[in-house]
Design a binder for this molecule. Sequence first.
Ligand SMILES: Nc1ncnc2c1ncn2[C@@H]1O[C@H](COP(=O)(O)OP(=O)(O)O)[C@@H](O)[C@H]1O
Ligand SMILES: [Mg+2]
Length: 471
Amino acid sequence: MMALEIILGKGESGNEIKWMPKNEKNPHFMVVGTSGSGKTETLKAVVHELSAAGVPSFIVDFHQDFDDVADNVLDFTNMTINPLEYAPETPEAAMYKVSNILKKIFALGVQQEGALQDAILSAYRDKGIDIRSMERKDAPTFEDVKNILENKAEYLKEEKRSSQTVETLLVRLRPLFNTGFFTSKKSTIPFKNIFAETTVLKLKNMPTEEVKYAIAEFFINKLKYELYARGKTDKMVLYCIVDEAHRLIDDKSPLNDLLRESRKYGTGVILSSQRPSDFSDTVLANVGGIIAFQCRLEKDAIFVGRQMGINFEEIKNLTEVGTGFVNLSSKSGNEKVKITPLWKRKGMKTVKKERKIEKPHETVQKEAQKKEENKKEDDQVEETPKQERNKIPEEEDDAIYIRDEYKHFPPLLWLVRGLKAYFSSVKRGALFAFAMGSAYSFFELRLAAALTAAFLLSATAIGFMRSREKK
Ligand SMILES: Nc1ncnc2c1ncn2[C@@H]1O[C@H](COP(=O)(O)OP(=O)(O)O)[C@@H](O)[C@H]1O
Ligand SMILES: [Mg+2]
């Protein structure tokens, strides 16, 4: 098999700059730079190349930036996680892991953390689970933990003792308890798909930043155990991509475990951050490659400059988006690179939204074919103005959305299409809803319901007709 080779972009003399993960001291990679400097675009380009080479990526996507490189989207509609499921550890170990993650993300105090730990242990005991045993039983859920905390607050109040710690803990964790994401006893994560095609964990619609980070960490923790279960390999089988990763990394975080151990399991990690100085020195020292774009904050530029052996002024003074210094462990010194953005890469014009679930080897074959085809096409493709290329056209964006979310229930798809035909913009839609709402408050309830039903039905009909037109 050909060695994995990722083209990053062009050097100053027009030379091609490549990254070959297997040549480096480890397959991990880091991209740093101020907001807007080109980190996300770089990750997308790398994911695209990896996928073309038959290595799928698992992407933790906080902002819905990665739709155009995804084959498969995970969110709360098609997956559940129960972080209290303890296999392959003991319940006690799982408790420490969960409480540590929540403590960091929700900034819990020592007493709150203690109360949370007690509640998690009680939840296990209530299910008849010995916290030190490996016996497999159905785990409790966050719902159970929440109930235990609420009962405890009640009890303390009745006893006229201070319930403040427990109550503030409940308030802190409320967004987490209220998501409804953590109500299932069993995790259902489609690992088979994750290891076969590029998968995005879509967190954008989760209620708060904290909940997003918590879900990401719980997920990465599960991924880690899945890797252990699959066993060691010399082949690269997966890349785990975390854009804006600085809030997920600390000594005890699952992501840090991945950085330390995943290479043995054929898995690389690619991180980006706009606040590199939040990482410990060991994180940067442990990646096989770094790209530094402009770091406007001197503190960050100094930190990165020290790691890469460049004068910090050079990093601070980079100006062009997508141009930075690359430092690979296999080479001495740094090279300036202009990253080739996703839209200029081979295969993008034709592959973009057509990709379906494929086995990795099929992808390799297809990409080889496409490369051939593109060689011919490339010269003929018209250049679109840069401004337009940077912006993902709305229509295309919607196409993914509709396909992924509603394909199992066509009437819903028709309804969404119809509603879209009615209001081509969100603002207009909101205005219309507001106008309808005000109108209703003057009418009788039954009339209002009939009006709504008629409206929705007509939208569905229009959507249905449009769907037929499209076919
Ligand atoms: N290598 C590149 N070449 C051309 N344009 C780029 C490049 N990288 C990023 N851009 C553009 O610059 C803008 C910001 O890039 P982005 O990757 O979102 O930055 P960041 O993730 O660092 O905030 C986007 O509009 C993107 O399309
Ligand atoms: Mg970004």
